[in-house]
Design a protein around this ligand. Sequence first.
Ligand code: F3S
Length: 283
Amino acid sequence: MEVKLAESAGFCFGVTRAMNTVEEQIKNKTDRKIYTYGPIIHNSEVVNDLKKRGVESIDLPEEIPGIAGQIMVIRSHGVSREIYRIAGEHGIEVRDATCPFVKKIHRIVDEKGREGFHVIVIGDAGHPEVQGIVGWASGPVTVINSEEEAEAFGTDKSQKICVVAQTTFNAQKFQYFVEIINKKGYDTNVINTICNATAIRQKEAADISMQADKMLVIGDPKSSNTRKLYEICRSNCKDTYHIQTVKDLNNADLQSGTCVGITAGASTPNYIIQEVLLYVRGI
Ligand code: F3S
């Protein structure tokens, strides 16, 4: 059986950087406790391991006062301006591992808001990255995540619009929503902020899933970029499995395949990918 592993599978640059930031804090241990704002990555295996090594996570702004004076690592998704303010008020040592590509979007929505633009963020309003981006807007901001929401968008005809995207958004859907918005006739400035790593990963997943008759997408169910990879692969290969670790392969019928493709989300550690690879090669 042929096995095709995507070269882009696993940690992206931003996630590697965030993980290294946490590891550095553990290594340089002081008497301050280490917290992350939200799980450092969407991977419960990794988060549980960090917990055993003394790294806790908090999830809500209201929890920040309770960790006054400690260390707080901001993950690659970034956070709103408000979170920095609250952390500053409580003497928290912030270690900022916001991915530079996300930081760039924060700057755009801040500047464009000041210049009088209405900012549209194409992405999932419930995703922490999008919540962080919205939290940097200096003017009106709308999140659009569906065709219906794009169609329904409307504001004053003289209003300038700036469109950005959640870094992990599907590139084709983004273009489609932009076309819908463009037809409305506003003075629109589109800044495609989809991360290259995501586009490359999605393209490679599409290519491999077109050739494979079984496809494995490895990642935590909470990882939005993994779910998007699954959607892409499933549209090309009906036998696509979303798994978290090699243990989830028990029920997968891989024997009947002649070509198994493997990809993984940006928050999947390399050791998990290697375990799956070894298992599949052993069939
Ligand atoms: Fe950054 Fe792109 Fe990863 S935005 S966190 S390098 S997917």
